[in-house]
Every structure is written in C-alpha cells, then in structure tokens.
Design a protein around this ligand. Structure first.
Ligand code: SF4
Length: 132
C-alpha cells in the first residue's frame, strides 16, 4: 500500500484522540499534503500545525468505548517507525507540518507498542538534529 493511503487511514483513526483539544470537524486543515493536519496553539500564543496520526490501528484489546477496538471490522494497518519518521520529515520539509501528535493502539503488548513509539521519536530527533 502507498504511504499516502496508509497515512489517510491511520491519520483518520487519530481524530478520535482529543487530547490536544483539536478533534474532528472544522478545525482540520485539508489539502494535498495537509490531510489530517490540525492547528495547535502553544503557551507562547504561537501556532503550529500538527500531523495527528496513529502508528497502528491494529489493537489486541477490545475496550468497548474505543473505535479502534479489536472487535470492530475495518482495515487494520501499521507504520514501521522508520516509515512514519520519513513520512513526517517529508511533510515537515514541504512546510506542511511543524509538529507531530503521535499515538497508537496496542498491537501486541503495551511494552512493544511503547518501544515502537520511542523508536519513532528517536528517529525524528536524529533527523531534526541533522537539520540544525
Ligand atoms: S487498548 Fe487503547 S486502542 Fe486498544 S481498544 Fe483499548 S483504548 Fe482502544
């Protein structure tokens, strides 16, 4: 599957996560590179554009309140950490985003899922440092 198609599905899955107070609906920015990009305001009043995406929507658990739960029937996909880091950096380089809101389901164990999130963050930190 093409990365852009995967991004569409996994970023759409992240819209349920309202932790950055920029949920679905009218605040989302649309465009060829701006799908699933949300504006966020920093404490300094500066604004940034967040790519909000799941590393995976394939969950081993079945929490009944959750749209990603195992018992629902929809397409299950995952990014590898390097794949998501490269995708984000491409969008960052094109000026489409200035931040990442990354979340995930629990694919196997919580520990393995957290390892993949951390791997993604480490790759992005390395990529950002190489730009300085
Ligand atoms: S573990 Fe998390 S992602 Fe998985 S079903 Fe429960 S709340 Fe949803």
């Amino acid at each position: 599957m093409h990365v852009a198609d995967k991004l569409d599905v996994l970023a759409a899955g992240a819209r349920y996560d309202l932790a950055c107070a920029c949920g679905g609906g009218s605040h989302r920015v649309r465009g060829p590179l701006g799908r699933w990009v949300y504006p966020a305001v920093l404490p300094t009043s500066e604004s940034m554009r967040l790519l909000k995406v799941l590393l995976s929507n394939s969950c081993s658990r079945n929490c009944l309140y959750c749209p990603q739960r195992r018992g629902r029937d929809f397409q299950r996909l995952s990014f590898k950490p390097a794949e998501l880091a490269a995708t984000y950096m491409e969008m960052f380089g094109a000026g489409a985003v200035t931040g990442l809101f990354l979340s995930s389901t629990i694919t196997e164990t919580a520990e393995a899922g957290m390892e993949d999130l951390l791997k993604t963050a480490e790759l992005l930190r390395g990529a950002q440092l190489s730009l300085m």
